[in-house]
Design a protein around this ligand. Structure first.
Ligand code: PLP
Length: 476
């Protein structure tokens, strides 16, 4: 590789790239020269331990040699092929998903590929509407499903919902970007219940044991007229919104969707492929086996060596799709290279027990986080599994008072410099550990599924340092 002139790169970056999250004035270039395992490596050799896992997508770690070799093999064989052609990669990845990964699920039948997570959600919405002949999709508060037109309608993270925010003026919403053929239901956020209930006492509120958040969801769906409602979409646990549900929640959503006769799409884009210590998030967070009608997947499908998404559908939907001519194509969905990445990634994950590794390291990391919570007065809640952890940062454990009152409803207006997560990520950064999140009072964390104990310890030490300093800054 020829020597890179990073000064020149910075000049071009500032001059020619449109950047997200900051104004041009606030923006600062972060150079990364290469990646390796759980690390991002900078031109001066600094190794950043990535406990953000590039938005939780590099499940088997960066630069897995077996996956890279597999991509090179495909590159030697193929340029581009569009969807009507079949490669061994496409057929084999689908077989692996349906037989090897989901064989015991009792529901999964066929796969349809997409470009990434948002595109998989768009595809699932189209399928749900075609199959049912109905238009409305129920989504949930704090949900995140992507930023493309249809997925953004389902996304309830305020700043991700087509907002432009400014330091010194009101945010502006992209015209037409809100609520077309969707409506919002509550979620199960037990630490700050939107319905003012307390878990587990809320299990006894109704004689039938239905959680109030599920009962309210059912009422809202019915009130939108069952003749019009195609599906409900849920993440297994909120990724961007960063919330773990109680174990009864998804099984009760399944019972509800069966009662109402609507479809249930589980968006596994972030939680799929070991993130929570099972192949899929819905398996990890439920207290009994459940059967969605469709799942959307991306990120961990290739461990993000190359971009790829997909929708897995049940037998009834697969039969329906097989019965028609569906004029639906995206040039690159089914491209041989990402499918080769998926094949070799799934093979690697199965052969090296990557899902089990996530479960194991999650138990260790969770226990260390709980210890940290005892030491730090600002850690109000630790929740999670595998390599996805939620830490609620509070002024006071008893009252749960948040530092930023708008919390998950912030519009990212004004100065965010002293938000708890900004301070934590700044101080952890001083120890070369990357952590953060979109929610001002909530950290979300997790490395690759095969994170080592040594790496977990480095993160815990960095968090200890970061919490100590944040507490000094904010509480004196
Ligand atoms: C649950 C969920 N769905 C969909 C998406 C969108 O995926 P992508 O960014 O690949 O479009 C994401 C992205 O993080 C996600 O977490």
């Amino acid at each position: 590789m020829s020597k890179i002139d990073w000064k020149q790169i910075q000049e071009w970056d500032l001059k020619y790239n449109v950047h997200a999250f900051t104004t041009a004035e606030e923006y600062g270039t972060t150079f990364i020269e290469r990646t390796e395992g759980n690390y991002l490596i900078q031109p001066d050799g600094t190794r950043l331990l990535d406990f953000y896992n590039q938005l939780f997508c590099v499940n088997a770690g960066q630069n897995v040699p077996e996956v890279q070799e597999g991509i090179k093999e495909a590159l030697d064989r193929y340029g581009c092929l569009w969807d009507i052609y079949t490669t061994d990669y496409k057929a084999e990845v689908s077989k692996m998903l349906i037989e090897d990964v989901l064989g015991k699920s009792g529901w999964a039948a066929k796969v349809r590929y997409a470009l990434g997570g948002g595109d998989a959600v768009e595809t699932a919405l189209l399928i749900a509407r075609l199959f049912t002949g109905k238009s409305l999709i129920a989504t949930r508060e704090h949900g995140y499903h992507g930023v493309s037109a249809g997925a953004a309608q389902l996304t309830r993270m305020v700043p991700s919902r087509s907002f432009a925010s400014y330091a010194d003026k009101k945010p502006s919403l992209v015209p037409g970007s809100i609520f077309q053929n969707t409506f919002v239901c509550p979620t199960a956020f037990c630490y700050r219940c939107g319905l003012s209930h307390t878990y587990p006492a809320c299990k006894r509120v109704r004689a039938d044991g239905v959680l109030p958040c599920v009962a309210q969801t059912e009422e809202l769906i019915v009130s939108h007229n069952l003749q019009s409602v195609a599906a409900i979409i849920t993440e297994p646990a909120h990724g961007a919104g960063t919330i773990m549900p109680p174990p009864e929640y998804l099984p009760q959503i399944e019972e509800m969707k069966n009662r109402l006769g609507i479809l249930w799409i589980v968006d596994e884009v972030l939680m799929g492929f070991g993130r929570l210590g099972e192949w899929f998030g819905y398996q990890a967070v439920s207290n009994r086996p459940v059967k969605p009608d469709m799942i959307t997947i991306a990120k961990g499908l290739t461990s993000s060596a190359l971009p790829l998404g997909a929708v897995v559908v049940n037998k009834e939907i697969a039969d329906f799709m097989d019965s028609m001519r569906w004029n639906h194509v995206s040039t690159f969905a089914g491209h041989p290279l990402p499918l080769a990445a998926a094949k070799y990634n799934l093979k690697y994950m199965m052969e090296h027990g990557i899902v089990e590794a996530a479960k194991k390291i999650g138990e260790y990391f969770g226990a260390q986080l709980q210890n940290l919570a005892e030491k730090h007065k600002t850690i109000g809640l630790v929740a999670g599994a595998g390599m996805f952890w939620q830490v609620e940062i509070v002024k006071d454990k008893e009252t749960k008072e948040p530092f930023v009152p708008e919390d998950r409803f912030t519009t990212f207006t004004g100065s965010a410099g002293n938000w708890p997560i900004k301070l934590i990520s700044k101080y952890a950064g001083e120890k070369n550990v990357l952590v953060g999140g979109f929610v001002p009072n909530t950290l979300r964390m997790g490395g690759a599924c095969n994170t080592t104990r040594e790496e977990a310890d480095i993160v815990i030490n960095a968090l200890d340092y970061a919490f100590t300093n944040m507490e000094k800054d904010l509480l004196g």
